[in-house]
Design a protein around this ligand. Structure first.
Ligand code: ADP
Length: 418
């Protein structure tokens, strides 16, 4: 194993796994801390997905270190700590504490922190994180319900979370090329925030970090890693898969994301004639809608286009429901329902599922008892088809973070399955 990665959420882990897979690496995504006797077969990279972004820092540290130990014992040459490209965290953690703990585990004193993901318009310049044309602190992230980001200066943000010194390697040092950057890195004692405004910068950084045992950042910084491993003669890239040999069986779509992209995807599929059923949190709460009802609807509707069960609704409607039920109860009700529905469908012989929504995907994976995902072909940036393994039958799963995917995602995704 060349790279052992630890990601702080599920769809972020998939995004990282896909980046590595597109670079020709054989990638396995594992759900939760793997057991010490886990087998990773011939994977070049293993990405462990945790749900540790917003849990107490001590718990995030414990889980991340446990995962790091298993990955190192399985032979990982380098560790990668993956977090969100908008550096989602609070002054209490978790990016700083987990980075410190992984450095301790490795007995190392230096790493980088680079959340840049230029394809998704996240860039870092002079240590400041931009979302599109806006500083992070002026972007909608300033109002995030769990991790409001009100400071765009990453050295300051991270400095409040870690005792390790934080320094800046700015764009001039990146532009100087991989060798020069590698020498700059070797002189760092602590965590270096590294500027990156383009994919070329990320490739330079990828080539320069061969000597680091720990790399931290968004999925973007993984862009240059497969090439770095190839140049070091450590692996031979394989052609990334373009289709997936999916288990035979019927298909369905479960959407619990209310994001604009998901709602457009549902509308487009409906316009093409896809059967769909909308479920409401209040109907679930008052037992007017049961998992059996939804599963029966899907079973009745199986036809040329995959049927959709969705809870997605516009923000105004969601706000009303949240006022009625409470925000977390409404979310939990819907997540639990979608998880149970996925389980019911697989029991009825469905083997191909698209799930829209990060938290929703987490609930579905949990309910299905899936423990690992083999990364297959890319459908749209950041979203691959995957093959599950775990307690239940093997499934083809596409787990989509709410805002990901083009409008025709629900229609075209199936073309990649054999
Ligand atoms: P995204 O990736 O778009 O953020 P998530 O699945 O992560 O999507 O989050 C959506 C949240 O909204 C989940 O907790 C989900 O249960 C909740 N939710 C979805 N539909 C409804 C609804 N109709 N009423 C209340 N909450 C909902």
């Amino acid at each position: 194993m060349l790279l052992g990665a630890i990601a702080d959420d599920l769809t972020g882990a998939t995004d990282l796994a896909l980046t590595l897979s597109r670079g020709g690496m054989k990638v396995l995504q594992v759900v939760g801390v793997p057991s010490p006797d886990a087998r990773f077969d011939d994977a070049d990279a293993v990405v462990v997905s945790l749900k540790s972004r917003t849990i107490p820092a001590a718990e995030a540290v414990a889980m991340s270190v446990a995962a790091g130990k298993v990955l190192l014992a399985a032979g990982a040459r380098q560790l990668f700590f993956k977090y969100c490209s908008t550096f989602d965290s609070t002054d209490e953690g978790n990016i700083g504490p987990v980075t410190d703990a992984l450095l301790d585990l490795l007995g190392e004193a230096r790493t980088i922190a680079c959340p840049a993901f230029p394809t998704n318009k996240r860039t870092v310049y002079k240590g400041h994180l931009f979302v599109g044309d806006l500083l992070l602190s002026d972007s909608p992230m300033k109002d995030h319900p769990l991790t409001p980001m009100r400071d765009a200066n990453l050295a300051r943000v991270l400095g409040r979370q870690t005792k390790t010194p934080v320094v800046l390697l700015d764009h001039d040092q990146v532009r100087a090329g991989a060798d020069a950057l590698s020498r700059s890195l070797a002189a760092v004692d602590g965590i270096a925030i590294v500027d990156a405004v383009s994919d070329d910068d990320l490739r330079t950084i990828g080539a320069a970090v061969s000597g680091l045992r720990l790399i931290t950042g968004g999925s973007g910084v993984a862009l240059g890693l497969p090439e770095m491993f190839r140049q070091a003669g450590l692996f031979r890239p394989i052609t990334p898969p373009v289709t997936l040999a999916a288990p035979p069986g019927r298909a369905a779509i479960i959407a619990g994301s209310c994001s604009a992209a998901t709602r457009r995807q549902i509308e487009m599929a409906q316009a093409q004639g896809a059967p769909s059923l909308q479920v409401e949190a209040t109907d679930i709460a008052e037992h007017r809608m049961t998992v059996d009802d939804a599963a029966a609807f899907i079973e009745r509707s199986a036809g040329s286009l995959a049927p959709i069960v969705y809870s997605s609704a516009d923000p105004q409607k969601i706000r009303l429901v949240q006022e009625q039920l409470g925000r977390s109860r409404a979310g939990e009700l819907v997540e639990h329902f979608m998880g149970q529905l996925a389980q019911e469908l697989t029991q009825r012989g469905f083997t191909r599922l698209i799930v829209a929504g990060g938290e929703t995907s987490g609930a579905v994976i949990h309910s299905l008892g899936v423990t690992a995902l083999e990364i297959g072909p890319e459908i749209d940036p950041g979203v691959p088809w995957t093959l599950s393994s775990g307690a239940g039958p093997q499934l083809a799963l596409a787990l989509k973070s709410g805002n990901f995917g083009a409008d025709d995602f629900f229609l075209k995704a199936w073309e990649r399955l054999q």
